[in-house]
Design a protein around this ligand. Structure first.
Ligand code: ADP
Ligand code: MG
Ligand code: MG
Length: 883
């Protein structure tokens, strides 16, 4: 069996198509090698080995060692060196790389193959002793950390002390002799901590590192990352062993990272950073402030140190040409790592770059215009859920800002929240409903959960490609990085700048687009949805087949949804209107009324209010379909709670307070969600539904006259379990319609349908459709009733279901295709068998979830309905489902 795939020297055994087997990094190294780009030679140990390793009690499959060692010999032949040769040593990096990119989540070891002997050979060969010992100290630190589990902080501390003793400021201030001394101290640390010397055997080093990379697939942060990004454990990682090239070989050497377009804005400008005389990890770690790649960027940032364009013009020109080549080849924006060794450029990685939603849209639209991709591809290039980042308010540009410090605009958007200094605290406060800004000197992969919980991230160290910046952009969270004027004191839990001291819990705002840190909260403004966004949406609207409606009951929500492109209202929950202002009093009066006469009296007060609400919604929707659900929740939700409220209602209804309390007692239920609610209310109190139907029909006529667009209201009866319930209620609604038409001397169209939100209703859909004229799948309740899980109580146990893999996803967020989905499929099929072409849609949270939207498209539903802010997401997801 083939476990090892070689690359380098203008050829490769693999290619980009073998991503599952070689991991993203390995597949792209092979691809670049095939393209003839300068890639240091190496080989990839496949993901199958990782899987076999874990399946087989952490043992490697047969044949692996021989294949790897043969490949290593071949690498040595290409570069003209030998692994472990004291005179002419080959050094390698051992790099992880799974199918999906997991930046910084797993470990890499550089400069492997160094020991007390080979370091001398390296120095000799390079004619540079300082470089050789710099590489050796890096290797000892990395290997000890990654393979032997010694915390890198201990090494950094030794180095810091050494620098202090010698009054050095930068790592580049250290001479070869200095590094030798540091190395002696490093090795002593290893011996003291582990009671064994640092390993000198290069083959042991190699297998140690390979084992550590496979081991890192199961480390805590990799597992967390996979859980957050829905990456299956079973995919495994590949290991890449690659000849080292050295960016730390003096002033004509450098290491850098670049994006072929700006990953924040999408602009077609090279974007990146490099560090002279450094190795790869230094850029990300923020040890020194990196320099810009282009002259233009240097000037824009008013930097003093030269850009790569100026400092290394030849390598830069070659790099630019490679960028263009890679973009044309992959037809997407690339995220690239490179190293320059003594003036010669080497490519170390390329992948499709992560980007903000804004950048994703711009790049997709631009690439269509450049003729690189089709409109359909452009639609597929934007993660529909990520649009969320664009739809939310940004800081009001006219509001005053008390800017206390600035940093780098590392990830766009703005957020206000309370300061916290640790990720655990961020997670904790978030779980108590607080918005927090995570403030750290720098972040590391251990901070993922805190970053996930925070509304925004602020660091005082690190550049645009630092961990904080990259991860925040991926999460779509605002981030300001490298705010160097801030002083963070973790012990005192303070952040101070120029005399101002902020404490944990103080409110700040960060503007990740401007790099600003602002005292207090700043008012926000609605986003502009024009330009590239509008263009992409226009393409999406042409392609999609599903209609997109919104769930809305207030004029404000309805207007917002229209602005976002909603094509009607799929769910108007009438009861939400009951709480407004003095209405609740009339509603309470209705509920506690003893008899039908008392109830009618109260309903007469509510009627004009409801009519007016509906009229406004109909007017905003200008003839677009509007589905109004009749009263659904258990009545007790509206009941008075405090003594004061009880007295008030008693007075209003002309009831004795004691009698009222008894009545309240009668209304209480053990399990209200399965109790007296939905159409059961309509059955017990038909006058409630009759009043609502009258309000709807009268409003429809009024709005139709007002806008000139006839309104065709869709009256929806909730929580139906049997056809008989509907047979009881529908004639009453029809009678109201007849009466209104007669009174007003005008005719109108309308329909009466039902929600399918009980398993019994789904199964009986064929019969129910004899009466119901449309179905709307109420997937929130359908999920609750299919699983028998209360949505309001699920939080306390659902997490264990997710972490233990019992459920793949929260079924209240993404539709459970297997169970709930089957109920929907059955209902749709049986409903249409009875009533061909019957209109069907879905309302509830799932209507805004891309995976659930795909399901709706696959099952031929007519529309999805979601909250206003998710309308654009649904439009794009519906288009993605159609291509
Ligand atoms: P990550 O996935 O965390 O980026 P990488 O395997 O890409 O890890 O490596 C970490 C750093 O080391 C990167 O900056 C990379 O460019 C650099 N690097 C990896 N292999 C080599 C090599 N053979 N020569 C020089 N630098 C390397
Ligand atoms: Mg990398
Ligand atoms: Mg419901």
């Amino acid at each position: 069996h083939k476990w090892v795939y070689a690359f380098g020297d203008g050829t490769a055994e693999g290619h980009a198509g073998l991503r599952d087997l070689l991991g993203g990094k390995g597949a792209n190294l092979a691809e670049m090698s095939n393209l003839g780009l300068p890639v240091p030679p190496g080989f990839t140990i496949t993901t199958e080995v990782c899987t076999a390793f874990y399946d087989n009690n952490r043992q490697y499959p047969e044949g692996l060692e021989a294949q790897a060692e043969a490949a290593l010999t071949h690498v040595g032949e290409i570069v003209g060196a030998r692994f472990g040769d004291p005179a002419n040593p080959l050094l390698v990096s051992v790099r992880s790389g799974g199918r999906a990119s997991m930046p910084g989540m797993m470990d890499t070891v550089l400069n492997l193959g160094l020991n007390d002997e080979t370091v001398k050979g390296l120095a000799e060969k390079a004619g540079d002793e300082r470089f050789a010992y710099d590489s050796y100290r890096r290797f000892i630190q990395m290997y000890s950390d990654v393979v032997m589990g010694l915390d890198h902080h201990s090494f950094e501390e030794i180095l810091d002390i050494f620098k202090e003793e010698n009054e050095y400021y930068l790592d580049t201030d250290l001479s070869a002799e200095d590094w030798k001394e540091v190395i002696t101290r490093y090795k002593r640390l290893v011996e003291e901590e582990l009671e064994e010397p640092f390993p000198q055997g290069v083959t042991a080093q190699l297998w140690g590192a390979i084992g550590a990379v496979f081991g890192s697939w199961q480390n805590v942060r990799a597992k967390t990352y996979r859980r957050l990004h829905n990456i299956p454990d079973s995919w495994g990682t590949a290991v890449n062993v690659q000849a080292m090239v050295f960016g730390n070989m003096g002033t004509q050497s450098a290491t850098g990272v670049a994006f072929t377009r700006n990953p924040s804005t999408g602009e077609k400008l090279i974007y990146g950073e490099f560090l002279i005389n450094a190795q790869g990890e230094d850029v990300v770690a923020g040890i020194r402030t990196p320099q810009s790649l282009t002259k233009a960027a240097r000037e824009a940032g008013k930097e003093t140190k030269p850009s790569m364009e100026e400092a290394m013009p030849e390598a830069y020109t070659e790099l630019r040409a490679i960028f263009e080549r890679l973009e044309a080849h992959y037809r997407d924006m690339q995220d690239i790592e490179f190293t320059v060794q003594a003036g010669k450029l080497w490519m170390l990685q390329t992948r499709n770059g992560k980007r903000t939603a804004k950048a994703a849209i711009k790049i997709a639209v631009d690439m269509v215009k450049e003729g690189l991709i089709s409109k359909e591809e452009a639609i597929g290039r934007v993660d529909a859920s990520s649009l969320d980042q664009l739809l939310h308010p940004t800081l009001d540009p006219d509001a005053p800002r008390n800017i206390v410090a600035t940093g780098l605009p590392a990830s766009p958007g703005a957020a206000s929240g309370k300061i916290v200094f640790s990720s655990d605290e961020a997670a904790d406060m978030k779980s108590h409903g607080e918005d927090v800004i995570l403030v750290r000197i720098e972040t590391s992969p251990e901070d993922i959960h805190g970053m996930h919980s925070a509304a925004g991230i602020l660091t005082t160290r690190g550049g645009m490609t630092s961990h904080a910046a990259v991860v925040a952009r991926g999460m779509g969270k605002p981030c300001v990085s490298g705010a160097g004027s801030l002083r963070i004191d973790y012990a005192r839990q303070t952040m101070s700048v120029m005399g101002d001291t902020f404490h944990k819990g103080d409110l700040i705002t960060i503007d990740g687009s401007a790099g600003q840190i602002i005292k207090g909260a700043v008012p926000t403004r609605q986003p502009e949805l024009s330009g590239d966004f509008a263009q992409l949406m226009e393409w999406a609207d042409k392609i999609r087949k599903l209609k997109v409606r919104t769930n809305a009951e207030t004029p404000h929500d309805a207007k917002t949804a229209r602005k976002f492109g909603a094509e009607g209202i799929g769910l108007c929950r009438t009861e939400h209107m009951f709480f407004e202002d003095e209405r609740i009093l009339a509603v309470r009066e209705m509920i506690v009324a003893d008899d039908s006469a008392g109830r009618k009296k109260a309903l007469d007060k509510i009627l004009p209010m409801q009519r007016d609400d509906f009229r406004q919604l109909f007017e905003i929707m200008k003839g677009l379909p509007v589905t109004i659900r009749l009263l659904d929740p258990p009545l007790h939700e509206f009941l008075p709670h405090t003594e004061e409220e009880v007295e008030e209602v008693a007075a209003q209804a002309g009831l004795d307070p004691e009698k009222l309390k008894r009545r309240l007692g009668q209304l209480s239920e053990f399990n209200p969600m399965l109790g007296h609610r939905g159409c059961r209310l309509g059955v017990s109190h038909p006058e409630i539904y009759e009043m609502q139907a009258r309000a709807i029909f009268e409003a429809a006529l009024l709005a139709g006259e007002q806008t000139g667009a006839p309104v065709v209201p869709e009256v929806m009866v909730p929580l139906v379990a049997t056809k008989n319930e509907l047979d009881f209620l529908k004639p009453r609604i029809d009678a109201v319609a007849e009466a209104v038409m007669k009174e007003k001397g005008a005719r109108f169209d309308y329909s009466v349908g039902t929600m399918i939100e009980l398993p019994r209703a789904a199964l009986q859909a064929g019969k129910i459709a004899e009466t119901a004229e449309f179905f709307s799948f109420g997937t929130n309740d359908l999920t609750q009733t299919a699983f028998g899980i209360s949505r309001d109580d699920a939080a306390s146990f659902l997490n264990e279901y997710l972490t233990n893999g019992i459920l793949e996803q929260d079924p209240f967020v993404s539709l459970d295709r297997e169970g709930v989905g089957e109920l929907i499929a059955i209902a749709a099929e049986r409903g249409r068998a009875t009533r061909p072409g019957m209109k069907m849609g879905i309302c509830g949270e799932h209507g805004g979830d891309p995976a659930s939207i795909r399901f709706c498209a696959d099952h031929g539903l007519d529309y999805v309905s979601c909250s206003p802010y998710r309308v654009p997401i649904a439009r794009l997801a519906a288009a993605q489902a159609a291509v």
